[in-house]
Design a binder for this molecule. Sequence first.
Ligand code: 5GP
Ligand code: MG
Length: 474
Amino acid sequence: MSGVFGVYSPTRSNLASEVYYGIYALQHRGQESCGIAVNDGGVISSHKDVGLVDAVFDREVLARLGDGEIAIGHCHYSKRVTATRANAQPMTVNHIKGQMALAMNGALINAPRLRHELELLGSIFHSLSDSELIATTIVHERLRNPSIEAAVSAAMYRLEGAYSLVLMSPRKLIGVRDPLGFRPLVLGERDGVHVLASESCALDAVGAAFVRDIEPGEIVVIDPGGLRSLREHVTGGRHALCAFEYIYFARPDSVVEGTQVHEARKRLGAALARSHPVDADVVLGVPDSGIDAALGYAETSGIPYGLGFIKNKYIGRTFIRNDQREREDRVRIKLNVIESQVRGRRVIMVDDSIVRGTTVARIVRLLRLAGAREIHVLSSAPPFLNPCYFGTDIDSREDLISVRLEPDEIARRIGADSVGFLRHEDVNEMVAGCPLDLCKGCFSGCYPLAIPPNLDALRIRDERRFGARLSQAN
Ligand code: 5GP
Ligand code: MG
């Protein structure tokens, strides 16, 4: 998962700090690596590294990146692609027509095949990142197309999967959303400055007004002539906006395709209250992403909402740690229970999702230690039964607890009195009025694009190949 951000200013100004605040507001979308690239008169300077935005950038680095007319930024999380500086984005490439930098949110399902095709033509890759692959594809297309935007449009015929892109050439900022619209991308404006961002909360952070969502398949080009929209890939067909964007990824203060994320989550909680009524004394939301749905549950059920947990604000996500042991140890540092809220009471605990079941087991234990009499766990997402190939690092099937256990078995395993999940048919309730269809592949196993049958094996092969190359290079 990633956050992308781009800005075009008609006059040269301090864009590095503008992008800094933009990706800072998108930090929830990726905490492993980040980067900023600034274009000053066709010369691109960039800085990227492993770490959180405020660790990678300081005043000096931002000053060194300096002023420009166009700039883009990125923050990234991936379980699959190891966080290294080589894999970090934006990807800057030099080609015969100048420099280009690109940042992406999503995942290609034809990456191994595309990489192989390009390698047969002599391309050399430095990373496993899909963004380098897309940049290379665009560069190849640029050789037979009259403009960068024509090259982008031609490249899109060769890309399969989820991609929201921001990229810049010497004179243009370009935003792209894949034809199915898996990942969000929005446009904002402030005094003639155009801004592209994964979420509207990043527009707020830089004082830009929300203009609109970029449409699935749309290419927007911003240059000295203003903003143009290219619609060759915009179709009237089905879309596939990731349902998990509303359930978990996006920030509640963002508006995605006309729906405030906070309201979407509250509606999930309300649906849970109708499908899973429980006799209890208090409803608790697991910070951060369980809180909104818990409020919706409380409102609909009439059971009071209680502040049950305090989360340490100064710690990164425990999920950042890929190592299971380390992750378990850190839950307690991160989250504590307000004992007076739970002692002797029947508690409903709402979280956004149960994936491996590790987090929920830990929190149930904390509630027991604090004296909860009954603990009923509800997930505002349906059971995760399938991997995601479109940018959400949902584990391989063996790690998904719902693949192995029924809800009552999960309850026994984690020490809860009951466990319930949102019903599959209630997912759409969260986005009443959303103009796009949702991708619910992780729940249903029905994917909006045909997954190449050998994709997992090909990905592993490439991971080995590049893992080896990286350690040789280091
Ligand atoms: P698990 O059941 O795997 O132990 O953890 C589920 C918890 O992880 C939920 O509280 C949910 O908020 C969080 N979670 C689910 N998916 C992701 C993800 O892709 N990235 C991160 N950082 N957290 C996730
Ligand atoms: Mg959580």
